[in-house]
Every structure is written in C-alpha cells, then in structure tokens.
Design a protein around this ligand. Structure first.
Ligand code: SAH
Ligand code: SF4
Length: 391
C-alpha cells in the first residue's frame, strides 16, 4: 500500500453506519466464502458453486441457487445476501454514453459509465467515493476522499452494468477511470482484479482491464508483482515537475522521471505498452515546448500517448480546454516526432459523464473561488493535505 494516508485502507469493508445484519456474500473470494460456510456449519465445498452464481451467472438471490441443497438455500436466504448495489439514476448523453449513479451496499454513492463506440463496449468504474489526491483539474478531486470501495462494490458496478445493458455476448473492457485513485485502494483493487479475471468469476482477460493512476510509484511497483497484472495507464498531464506539482500535488512525492521509470519497469520485458494520459489544458501544458518535452520524455519508452481534451465544469474547475485545432496539432507533432499518440475525444460530456467530471456535488455550481474559501488554507493550491499526512 502506498504510504499516503488513507484511513479506510485497513477498516472493515462496512462503515459503522448501516452495517447489515445479514452477511453480504457479494465481493467475497472463494476462501472467504469457504470460511463463511464453515462458520455457518455448512459444507465448505459449496463455496465454488456460490462463487459461480454471484459472479459468472449474476444471480444474486440465494433462493435461485438451484444446485445447492434446499436446506442450505433456505439458510442462506435467512442469514446472507448477495448485494451488488443498486442503480438509482441513469443519464444518457447524446453520443449514447450512459452514466449510472450507484447506491453502494455499504452506504454512499458512486458513478459508473458505459460507453459504446463502433461495437466496442467500455465500462468505466469507480474505486473510491471521492479522491484524496486533489488534482486541480478534476471534479472528483474537489470532493476529497469519503471512503474506499470494497471489492464487492467495485465488481458490483460491472454486475449492475450487465443488468442495464445486453453485455453478455459482447466482449467488453473495464477501465478504472471513474471516481477515485485505484492504487490508493490497493487491497480492494487487487481482490477485484482476481474476481474479474477468474474464469469462474467474470472471466475477463487481464488484457481487457486497465488501471489508470495518477502515479503512486510504490503501488505501481507492487502491482507489477501481482499474479493479475492489468494494463497500466498513467496520468502524466505535464512535461515539467514544476507544472505537474501545481496541477497534481502527488508529483511532489513522485516526480516525473521516477514515475516513468516505474511504468517502464511495470511492463518489463513484455511486448505490452503502457498508456500515458495527457489532459490538454489551454495555456498550461499544451505549448510547442510542452510537445517537444513530451516527445522527449516518452521516446524510447514502451508507451503510447492518449491526449484527452479537458472536460470543463464551469464554476468548479478553473481551466479551459485547448482549442480543437491545438489538440490536433499536438497529436500531429507527436506523430511527426515518431511518438505513438492518439486523441481520446470526450464521450458523454453533455451528461457530465466524461473523464474528470464524475463527482457527487450539489447541483448548484458555486464560483470556484467561493468554493476554495471553504477548504482549509492551501489545500487545493499546494495539495499540502496529501503531503502533510505522509509519514
Ligand atoms: N485517479 C486515476 C483514475 C481516475 S481519473 C487517475 O488520475 O489516473 C481518470 C482520468 O481522467 C485521468 O487521466 C485524469 O487525468 C483525467 N481527468 C481528470 N479530470 C479531467 C477533466 N476535467 N477533463 C479531462 N480529463 C480529466
Ligand atoms: Fe483523483 Fe485521478 Fe481526479 Fe487526480 S485525476 S483527483 S488522482 S481521480
């Protein structure tokens, strides 16, 4: 676990309020299901069957688990549940992207997004309620961190998406680009990765899962040692440490050179590439000098650059999008210097479903400056809260 303070990291998966009386089996791995059955004096070998029902077959009512003995089914109905959460609102954007507001079994809400583009389906999932890292251009960062999601709350977003969209026969990708910093919730993330990639769970190839991080270097290094290694995307967003520190406070701890080295090591000797995400902010990180430096940083690395036009949220985020012609020019200049680059044109922006726009904030949009005044001095501008809690 990265050493940045995260009080949720070792807590019970259920917050103290609304602790359910019946155990929630959804989110348990096989070993936990086995322990649950043993504790309830039921034959432990049924754990595998339960695992398949809840993750592969997506049947969450214990009464439906027909290959279990009737008495066990009745016992499970009385003493357990399989709760993946609930979709409480959906908003469709004009491009077909659908944003889901999900009420979590452990309390609170997050957003998950389903994108369909030329037959390809991508599920963008959240890993935390809010985010502690407070990047200055990101709406989720404006919430601060409320809590970590449990493994069940993470994979539950995919189960719920299945219920909303006919995904069963469509190969889909999962990207951890929703709310939160996935590597700041390391244990739940890796448990979720095991359930997703298990052939008797979701059966999703690790190549179809991308974890996007703002750059928690020790956690990247640790993830490289895990049995399930997802694809890696790293949010670079600046070409000098000075600018990156300003917009992403985490850079004070893990500067650009160290971060890119950890990414290189992550893909190691494989033929895989990692993705460098680069949000284009008008006049901040999109100059010709930036393009030159960016090409220099990435040249020779097993990486491709994904340019993301900034998604504005007026009143909350004090940046402007680079003009479209500028975005195209950045891409073309990178390609001319021999660097793989593409543009991720925003999906779902009119439903506030695009990258960096997911957050559960009041509907009214206060002036950014007024909002700043409510925060402890210096938090947003310097990210000192992140710095100060680091041992
Ligand atoms: N915490 C992780 C994953 C969630 S953010 C991370 O930072 O990588 C997912 C992506 O959205 C990141 O690449 C981030 O740089 C980008 N992003 C954040 N705010 C944005 C905004 N307002 N417009 C466009 N992209 C944004
Ligand atoms: Fe958190 Fe990622 Fe947003 Fe930064 S960009 S505040 S790390 S969600």
């Amino acid at each position: 676990m990265d050493e940045i303070s995260n009080p949720q990291a070792t807590d019970s998966p259920f917050p103290p309020t609304r602790r359910p009386t019946r155990a929630n089996l959804f989110g348990m791995e096989r070993a936990e299901l086995t322990r649950f059955l043993e504790a309830h004096r039921a034959p432990a070998f049924h754990a595998g069957q339960i695992y398949r029902w809840i993750y592969a077959r997506r049947r969450l009512d214990p009464g439906d688990w027909t290959d279990l003995p009737k008495t066990l089914r009745a016992q499970l109905v009385a003493e357990a549940r399989a709760d993946a959460g609930r979709v409480v609102a959906r908003t469709a954007a004009s491009d077909g992207t659908v944003k889901h507001r999900i009420s979590l079994p452990g309390g609170g809400e997050v957003e998950a997004v389903v994108m369909v583009q030329s037959g390809r389906v991508t599920l963008c999932v959240s890993s935390q309620v809010g985010c502690a890292l407070r990047c200055d251009f990101c709406l989720t960062g404006k919430m601060g961190l409320t809590r970590n999601l449990t493994p069940g709350e993470i994979v539950g977003q995919i189960t719920l998406a299945h219920g909303e969209h006919p995904l069963a026969d469509t190969p889909y990708n999962v990207v951890f680009m929703g709310m939160g910093e996935p590597l700041h919730n390391y244990d739940a993330l890796t448990a979720a990765l095991r359930i997703l990639s298990d052939p008797r769970g979701f059966g999703l190839s690790r190549h179809r899962i991308t974890v996007s991080t703002s750059g928690l270097v020790p956690a990247i290094e640790r993830l490289a040692q895990e049995p399930i290694r997802p694809r890696l995307a790293v949010s670079l967003n600046a070409t000098t440490d000075e600018v990156r520190e300003r917009i992403m406070p985490i850079n004070r701890k893990y500067p650009i050179a160290r971060l890119l080295e950890a990414c290189r090591a992550y893909v190691g000797a494989t033929s895989e590439r990692f993705t460098v995400e680069y949000v284009l902010l008008d006049g901040v990180n999109d100059t010709d000098d930036d393009v030159r430096r960016l090409a220099g940083l990435v040249r020779g690395l097993p990486a491709k650059i994904n340019l993301i036009p900034f998604n504005p949220v007026p009143g909350w985020l004090a940046y402007r999008s680079s003009p479209r012609a500028r975005v195209v020019r950045v891409r073309d200049s990178l390609l001319e210097s021999g660097v793989a680059a593409s543009i991720r044109w925003s999906r779902g922006a009119d439903a506030r479903a695009a990258c960096g726009q997911l957050a559960l904030l009041p509907d009214r949009e206060p002036a950014a400056r007024a909002k700043r005044a409510e925060l402890p001095a210096g938090v947003e501008r310097t990210g000192r809260r992140v710095q100060d809690t680091t041992p």
